[in-house]
Design a protein. Structure first.
Ligand code: ADP
Length: 406
């Protein structure tokens, strides 16, 4: 640009000298002409500069627009992320005033009015209000379990600082109801398992102590105790094997080895292995196989299910027949185990699948059951996405139906 200016001045001076010396023009006219040409060059130069400036402005404008657009997108993404977070979240300033909250937090509103949520108006449910109060008062990280509408939450407050000054806090609430329930179930299971294992062990220990007493020579009691020890030992064995079975079923590594199989053959195998137990009680079996179409299940697991259901039918019946049938209904294959035993009340029908639950403890104990049989049945059927339906009437009998989608 500077070089061009020099070139114009040199050209103009040369042109002026040519006019004065060759064309003998008066010098003031030459000066006026040179002035006009100089002004023309200056205007041209200014035009060029303005055009360049405009282009630069446009480029800057576009860049700013692009940055703002990207910032808008980021803000929108952030807002979508926060509002869709499954856990309630709230952002407060240093006075506890609400700056932002997500959809999940809505359940902590006390008033259902559609006004702006504020701390001053005490718009939160009590436990949340108290937590926010502490979080803004103590200006430090706080963790606490709070209960809202029978749900347990782990509330966590993270303080925010700007130039070393407390500027507010962000609080998140994690729903831990399921975890707590799971913990309680696990604890109950451990308590029940240790109780169930301890009972026969204590009984065996007590009887062995008596049998070992010096001078003990009552032959009748010895016979009775030895029989009881054997029963308790069988019960222990059953509990341990059922516990192992249950633990295998709940482990993630368990792979169902499904294959096409004939359910009637599996039922027949169970009948064969349990006929001695049924005969002893004078119970008869009746089979009615209306379908032996192959079903896609793990045969070893279905065998365990059938053994448990048929064994229960025998244990909880004193008279009558145990009927086993198979049939088709809709797109399902149904296996039915029906007894004419003592039946299960309506309230107890909901509980018999719980681990260690027994409707009649003494009776079940004398039957040698572990209280885990139906839990195992349920776990196996769940793994097969099969349904178990119970119909029962006290003193009339029970029917257990397995519905397998084919
Ligand atoms: P158990 O080892 O005690 O038989 P289960 O889990 O198999 O444990 O059964 C749980 C309880 O359900 C039993 O203790 C019994 O009270 C009741 N029950 C199961 N099957 C029957 C049945 N066919 N008739 C009556 N009661 C039953």
């Amino acid at each position: 640009m500077i070089k061009e200016q020099y070139r114009n001045i040199i050209l103009l001076s040369f042109f002026g000298l040519v006019c004065i010396y060759m064309f003998k023009l008066p010098s003031f006219i030459v000066i006026i002409m040179m002035g006009i040409v100089a002004i023309y060059f200056a205007i041209q130069e200014e035009k060029e500069r303005t055009a360049l400036g405009k282009a630069e402005n446009m480029r800057l404008h576009n860049q700013i627009q692009n940055v703002t657009f990207q910032a808008d997108i980021r803000q929108e993404q952030l807002a979508t992320l926060i509002s869709n977070l499954p856990m309630p979240l709230i952002l407060l300033d240093n006075k506890g005033e609400v700056l932002l909250y997500n959809d999940g937090f809505a359940e902590f509103r006390d008033s259902k009015e559609k006004r702006r949520l504020t701390y001053v108006n005490n718009d939160f449910v009590k436990p949340v209000y108290r937590f926010i109060f502490d979080a803004t008062l103590f200006e430090r990280e706080i963790r606490k379990t709070i209960v809202v509408d029978e749900k347990e939450y782990e509330a966590y407050s993270e303080p925010l600082f700007k130039n070393n000054q407390f500027s507010g806090c962000v609080i998140v609430f994690q729903d831990i109801t399921k975890i707590k329930k799971q913990e309680a179930l696990q604890k109950r299971f451990l308590d029940d398992a240790s109780h169930e294992l301890k009972t026969p062990i204590s009984a065996i220990k007590g009887m062995v102590e008596i049998l070992n007493r010096e001078g003990f020579n009552d032959e009748e009691i010895r016979k009775d105790f030895l029989e009881q020890i054997e029963n308790e030992n069988n019960r222990l064995e059953r509990i341990v094997s059922d516990l192992l079975q249950l633990s295998r079923l709940s482990s993630d590594q368990l792979v169902m080895k499904r294959e096409a199989c004939d359910a009637t053959k599996i039922i027949d195998a169970s009948i064969a292995s349990l006929s001695y137990k049924a005969n002893k009680k004078g119970l008869a079996f009746h089979t009615d196989y209306r379908s032996n179409e192959p079903i896609f299940v793990d045969p070893a697991q279905l065998q365990i299910v059938m053994n448990n259901l048929i064994s229960n039918a025998i244990s909880y019946s004193d008279t009558g027949t145990i009927s086993l049938s198979t049939f088709h209904e809709g797109d399902s294959y149904v296996i039915e185990v029906k007894d004419e035993g003592r039946g299960i009340s309506q309230e107890e029908q909901d509980r018999i699948f719980e681990r260690f639950y027994r409707t009649d403890t003494d009776r079940s104990r004398s039957s040698g059951g572990s209280g885990l049989g139906l839990s195992i049945v349920k776990s196996v059927l769940d793994a097969h996405q099969a349904q178990l339906v119970v119909k029962s009437e006290i003193h009339k009998g029970s029917t257990f139906q397995i519905w397998i989608r084919n």
